[in-house]
Design a protein around this ligand. Structure first.
Ligand SMILES: C[S@@+](CC[C@H](N)C(=O)[O-])C[C@H]1O[C@@H](n2cnc3c(N)ncnc32)[C@H](O)[C@@H]1O
Length: 222
């Protein structure tokens, strides 16, 4: 059975797309995109030689998938793909990869991003880009809830999958607990308490607490 995280990422890909799977590692997403028939062409990339070797082995037999060795989007040309997937990395690294290759990014129609942490960095980057978040989802795998962001240019407004996800309340409660633990640690230092980071953290906790007490499912993405 396909991993629910990989499945949720795949479900955002539009049929007939040419897709880049950046930091493909084992290549599970690329293979899923090939076997589902959703993508007509997949460029699966890896920066590191060991995962690249495993990737090359795993994708042999899938003629739609091409493996490339190199850093981020630097090994793609503008216009080569419609969709860029970057999954399983920290938000800061995803942001760096996107920022370093503006021509490739701007030539794509869709970005599908699954940060392991630091989703806020990606949200901020997207808010300043030509892309807009068009949908979001949550997926649970191995006891962890993952956030998946889909961004497009001039998207059609609709309710995000995330808002209807049965994982939403569990995810927000876990996030609230995590933020409260960080706040407790910060409160041990007067410098930390007076920092911008503390104010932002407190604002996020307040927003989550408010949503929690409203028992509403129409929550703004955190
Ligand atoms: C944790 S794995 C995620 C694999 C897969 N994308 C997934 O979501 O299951 C992250 C992979 O990204 C690769 N990676 C890290 N930085 C990269 C970069 N700048 N360009 C391409 N690949 C990178 C690592 O070698 C590693 O295999």
């Amino acid at each position: 059975m396909t991993d629910s995280r990989i499945n949720a990422i795949k479900n955002f890909v539009r049929a007939g797309s040419r897709v880049a799977d950046i930091g493909a590692d084992h290549g599970y997403l690329s293979i899923e995109l090939a076997t589902s028939g959703l993508a007509t062409k997949i460029i699966a990339t890896e920066k590191n030689i060991h995962p690249f070797e495993a990737l090359s082995k795993n994708i042999s037999g899938f003629k739609q998938i091409e493996a490339r060795l190199g850093d981020g989007l630097k090994i793609l040309s503008a216009g080569e793909v419609d969709t860029i997937c970057i999954a399983g990395m920290g938000g800061a690294l995803i942001e760096k990869i996107l920022s370093e290759s503006p021509e490739v990014v701007n030539s794509a129609r869709q970005l599908i991003l699954q940060p392991m942490n630091g989703a806020k960095k990606i949200r901020t980057w997207l808010a300043e880009s030509d892309f807009e978040i068009s949908d979001e989802d949550l997926a649970e795998s191995g006891g962890i809830i993952y956030e998946i962001l889909c961004a497009e240019k001039n998207p059609i407004k609709k309710t995000f999958k995330r808002e209807k996800s049965p994982l939403l309340w569990k995810f927000l409660n876990q996030r609230l607990e995590k933020l409260k633990k960080v706040r407790n640690e910060m409160e041990k230092s007067s410098t930390a308490i007076n920092s911008e980071k503390y104010s932002a953290l407190q604002a996020e906790i307040d927003a989550l607490d408010k949503n929690h007490s409203c028992h509403s499912n129409s929550i703004s993405p955190i």
